[in-house]
Design a protein around this ligand. Structure first.
Ligand code: COA
Length: 163
């Protein structure tokens, strides 16, 4: 069974990420969306919230599961016997960054395989930071994130406004 990991911060998951997950699920027997737990960062959503948001969003894709990891991706990859890392590519800047990360990972463990999947044109402009900025200022994000994430963004920013 070919099992791939799609790692990321997912703060929050967007339709761009979901597009990559859906296409990964066609290419591999199993895809594990794994959320980086980085205690030095201050995400908008906790790890538990992000895991729950991703789980809800992939509930109809039978061969996708959700996990989290901390530390080096290559260690997590090896410990779990993955066959491949999936990364999405939106533009030239992503290519440069992803190439650098891929080569770093390969220098740490030459057995690690990575595939880049091009993001659908409709989602090329999306980033989690921009989505949060639009939501913070009361903008409509229904075309950018799943409904569950949209509600979570609205609740979080409503809560912050009343704090
Ligand atoms: N569509 C829309 N947006 C996308 C996207 C897509 N297909 N792919 C990425 N993005 C956006 C995200 O929304 C995010 O936006 P933001 O910067 O505004 O928040 C940005 O691109 C990058 O997000 P993500 O794909 O989640 O990657 P990341 O940079 O947060 O995490 C890891 C990358 C987790 C793979 C990397 O940091 C890692 O492996 N860390 C573990 C430690 C380690 O091993 N370090 C050495 C590795 S070289």
């Amino acid at each position: 069974m070919r099992c791939a990991v799609y790692p990321g911060t997912f703060d929050p998951l967007t339709f761009g990420h979901l597009d990559i997950i859906s296409r990964g699920a066609v290419l591999f027997d199993q895809v594990v969306v794994s959320i980086l737990h980085n205690p030095s960062k201050q995400p908008l959503f906790s790890l538990t919230e992000r895991m729950e948001q991703v789980r809800w969003s992939v509930r109809d894709i039978s061969n996708v599961t959700v996990d989290n990891f901390s530390g080096l991706l290559v260690d997590y990859y090896r410990q779990n016997g993955f066959h491949c890392i999936i990364r999405g590519i939106r533009n030239q800047a992503d290519v440069q960054n992803e190439m650098q990360m891929t080569q770093m990972n390969e220098s740490l463990d030459s057995s690690v395989q990575t595939v880049f999947l091009p993001t659908r044109p409709d989602f090329l402009f999306i980033s989690s930071t921009l989505v949060k900025d639009v939501a913070l200022h009361g903008g409509d994000v229904h075309h950018l994130v799943p409904p569950h994430v949209q509600d979570a963004l609205q609740n979080r920013y409503d809560q912050k406004r009343t704090d």
